[in-house]
Ligand binder design. Structure first.
Ligand code: SF4
Length: 107
């Protein structure tokens, strides 16, 4: 009896986790940076910022050697691609931390 109750709960938990993961995958698909929507002031190369940027400043704080603010547009852009492993790591950190997934890596 107890085992069946536990097993039932276990099955429900697995089903809920599956739905949660599907939802997360859908969410990521919808908000992932899109190279088709990248700002034209991004310098050429793999990292870019697209038009979902909400100008929160996180990327400029995290990787100031690579991200700058477009003051007229009120958004960030990549003004220099990463040129060292350290800069690469910081750009990746900025990308991972961007709250709206506006930073893409087109590598
Ligand atoms: S972290 Fe993302 S939302 Fe914030 S300024 Fe940079 S690109 Fe824009």
């Amino acid at each position: 009896m107890l085992f069946e109750k536990y097993f039932g709960l276990e099955q429900k938990t697995i089903a809920i986790r599956g739905k949660r993961n599907d939802f997360r995958a859908q969410l990521n698909k919808n908000i992932m940076a899109d190279v088709a929507n990248k700002y034209s002031d991004n310098v050429g190369g793999k990292f870019y910022v697209d038009d979902q940027c909400i100008d929160c400043d996180l990327c400029r704080e995290t990787a100031p050697a690579n991200f700058k603010r477009n003051d007229d547009g009120g958004h960030s852009y990549v003004y220099k691609q990463a040129e060292s492993p350290e800069e690469e790591a910081l750009c990746q950190e900025a990308m991972d931390g961007c709250p709206v997934e506006a930073i893409g890596n087109d590598a």
